[in-house]
Write a protein that binds this ligand. Structure first.
Ligand code: GN1
Ligand code: MG
Length: 348
């Protein structure tokens, strides 16, 4: 690590290092300067998944430059530059970058109240809203087909043929439920016609920095920023904030879809500037966004389980099966609320 941090002016023994956060894809450390106590976040990009880290760097600096010029008050945390002006360090084929640790900020892993849901949704709404006039199509695609639901469905069907036979025979009801809900895939062709915007694509609560009063400071984890449709961001918030328990919960009786959180998410997202920017057709997809993202995540976890966890890896034997079943249960609960939610969404 010393030779990586040397690119940012650290010398051997001048800093403390500890692992940080819970993400499975990238590796994250907290770095503290022993002299100044200033804290930093060091991240290693997983380039098995992000094949071109240069594209991530390109997107982040294009956006940072635009915001600096046009939205001077917008808080955007771009990576720090190395002593020779680069936004990444490449060492032994691995890519690293360093961020300032935002003082008096914290992240949470599970939403605890409607206020937090509102604040996070407001941050993600503000992000896309601030970039409304930025040409999203100039951004690089850092993860091709990331939220391409028809493709995720095809990958699931392929896994049914080529996946681990034992795991396939263990999951008939899950597989049947996913096949029975193929209509969600068909509806995504209509959603694909919605306007292309700058979308974060990973709006879980831990990707928002909150201050001591749980007001939002800014969004983080910028690797999946790409052109996309708003349903990706709004839907992933529904997927991850509606229930009191996360995708990791193995006791599915605790999974619940809460109407007050549904309202908080939409109110927050629209209050960040999106209310006036969204088209009428986008507003028709407010509720669909939740189905789209929950269903896609269920497909992805179950597909990966059938494929022996080649994408996500697993912290324990049935990790992806548990997470897939969790998302299936969440989708079932969401569908029970669908009519009610459509009623609510008509007022926006
Ligand atoms: C991955 O690595 P992390 O936890 O930020 C995934 C997301 C999923 C999430 C589900 C690049 O995010 O799409 O929603 O796992 N990111 C990628 O746990 O695949
Ligand atoms: Mg992430």
């Amino acid at each position: 690590m010393t030779s990586i941090l040397a690119h940012y002016g650290f010398t051997d023994g001048s800093y403390l290092l500890s692992t940080y956060g819970t993400g499975l894809i990238n590796h994250t450390w907290l770095v503290q300067d022993k002299q100044t106590n200033q804290k930093y976040i060091l991240q290693k990009i997983n380039h098995q998944i992000f094949k071109s880290p240069e594209d991530i760097a390109f997107n982040i600096s294009a956006i940072a430059d635009y915001l600096k010029l046009n939205m001077t008050n917008y808080h955007f945390e771009a990576p720090l530059l190395t002593t020779d002006g680069k936004s990444m360090v490449i060492q032994d084929g691995e890519y690293y970058r360093l961020f300032c640790f935002v003082e008096k900020s914290h992240t949470i892993d599970v939403v605890q109240n409607e206020h937090q849901a509102f604040e996070a949704a407001k941050q993600f709404g503000q992000f896309t809203s601030a970039l409304d006039r930025f040409d999203a199509t100039q951004l690089k695609i850092t993860l091709p087909d990331f939220h391409n639901l028809p493709l995720r469905f095809e990958q699931f069907k392929t896994a049914l043929k080529t996946g681990n036979p034992e795991r396939i025979s263990e999951t008939p009801a899950d597989i049947q439920f996913l096949l029975d809900n193929e209509k969600i895939v068909h509806d995504s062709y209509l959603a694909a016609k919605l306007p292309v915007r700058v979308i974060h694509h990973d709006t879980k609560i831990s990707n928002v920095l909150l201050d001591n009063n749980d007001s939002g400071i800014c969004v983080i984890d910028l690797d999946t920023i790409m052109p996309g449709r708003f349903i990706s961001d709004l839907g992933d918030m529904m997927r991850t904030y509606l229930s009191p328990v996360s995708e990791e919960e193995a006791d599915f009786r605790k999974i619940e879809v809460r109407t007050s959180y549904f309202k908080a998410i939409i109110n927050g997202y629209l209050s960040g500037g999106m209310n006036s920017k969204m088209t009428a057709s986008e507003k028709d997809f407010l509720v669909y966004s939740g189905k789209f993202m929950i269903y896609m995540q269920a497909l992805r976890f179950i597909t990966d389980y059938l494929n022996n966890d080649i994408y996500y890896g697993a912290r324990y034997q049935k990790h992806n099966l548990v997470r897939g079943r969790n998302q299936i249960e969440l989708l079932k609960q969401f569908l029970k609320h669908e009519k009610e939610f459509i009623g609510i969404s008509k007022s926006y």
